[in-house]
Design a protein around this ligand. Structure first.
Ligand code: PGA
Length: 295
């Protein structure tokens, strides 16, 4: 069976499915003598008759049925392979626009860096902004994928949680005020807060409203790093995502033990159900989920 080729199997499959050499030649855009010749060649390779004519119809012999089944399997694997290769090509040369909320910038870059190493030809655009800015990009449908911990509620969005985002109450290392307490016991402390529009701020405001508590900000600072440094310098307390603290705990900062904290939220990959998801975006969501499982 040395010279058995995809083409011979394809011709045989068409002859059987069209029920005639004429039908197969039309389906394959080949001349009838070419189809007959290929059929002869296949018969001589198998060295057994493959078809017989009965009452003007083509019937498969037993050997013919075995060849037909082989043709079905081989040709369907070939077509599966072709679509897999096309999918991989799409992934290798695609583009990916990701927009993430400020605090997610501590989480996404290492995952993105591995992803770019695995797919060096994908053109990645990475935007960072506070929650309000990223929500407005989402409403304008500007990116393939978004990362929030407080995604807007909408039936038009697909959300895939992939990693915990815990908010903690932080104080300077030399702080000696209330600890092992409720948040209400800290209401007279000076709180440094993210701006309205920040997801972190939204989670804190929600917690305060759920617990009938008012925490008036002593100072608004629109940057996690600046808040962390300000707390380290003794300017006040704050509530930030644990991801923003890096190596500051025990080294300028302490996390207070406050009932109900850490406030648990989750990082979520978010995309519109109405925007066709590119292969690159799908692969990046998988990378986020894998990183979350591995953490
Ligand atoms: P932020 O958002 O960086 O705007 O505070 C974080 C979040 O959505 O949890």
């Amino acid at each position: 069976m040395n010279s058995l080729t995809f083409r011979l199997l394809e011709v045989y499959q068409q002859v059987i499915e069209c029920g005639s050499v004429t039908g197969a030649s039309a389906a394959l855009s080949l001349s009838q003598p070419t189809v007959s010749l290929q059929l002869k060649k296949l018969t001589s390779i198998v060295d057994m008759p493959l078809i017989e004519h009965s009452q003007g119809q083509i019937k498969m012999t037993e050997a013919g049925r075995a060849v037909y089944q082989c043709a079905q399997e081989v040709l369907s694997s070939q077509s599966k392979l072709t679509s897999q290769i096309q999918a991989l090509r799409g992934l290798e040369i695609g583009s990916l626009k990701i927009a993430v909320v400020t605090t997610a910038k501590y989480v996404i870059p290492p995952i993105l860096s591995k992803f770019c190493e695995a797919h060096p030809n994908i053109d990645v655009r990475f935007t960072v902004g506070n929650r309000e800015q990223i929500v407005s990009r989402l409403n304008e449908n500007r990116d393939d994928l978004y990362v929030f911990s407080q995604p807007p509620a909408s039936d038009d969005l697909e959300t895939k949680p992939f990693l915990d985002n815990n908010l903690v109450v932080i104080a300077p290392a030399n702080y000696t005020g209330p600890n092992y307490c409720n948040l209400s016991d800290l209401k007279d402390q000076k709180f440094l807060m993210r701006e309205t529009g920040s997801g972190t701020r939204k989670a804190i405001d929600q917690y305060c409203s759920d617990h009938d508590l008012s925490l008036s900000p002593y100072m608004i600072i629109e940057s996690n790093e600046a808040i962390r440094l300000a707390v380290e310098s003794g300017l006040g307390l704050s509530i930030l995502s644990q991801h923003t603290l890096q190596h500051s705990v025990d080294n300028g900062l302490q996390i207070l033990n406050v009932n109900g904290f850490p406030l648990r939220t989750e990082w979520q990959a978010v995309y519109s159900k109405h925007r066709p998801q590119s292969l690159a975006a799908k692969a990046f969501v998988e990378a986020l989920e894998a990183a979350g499982k591995a953490s």
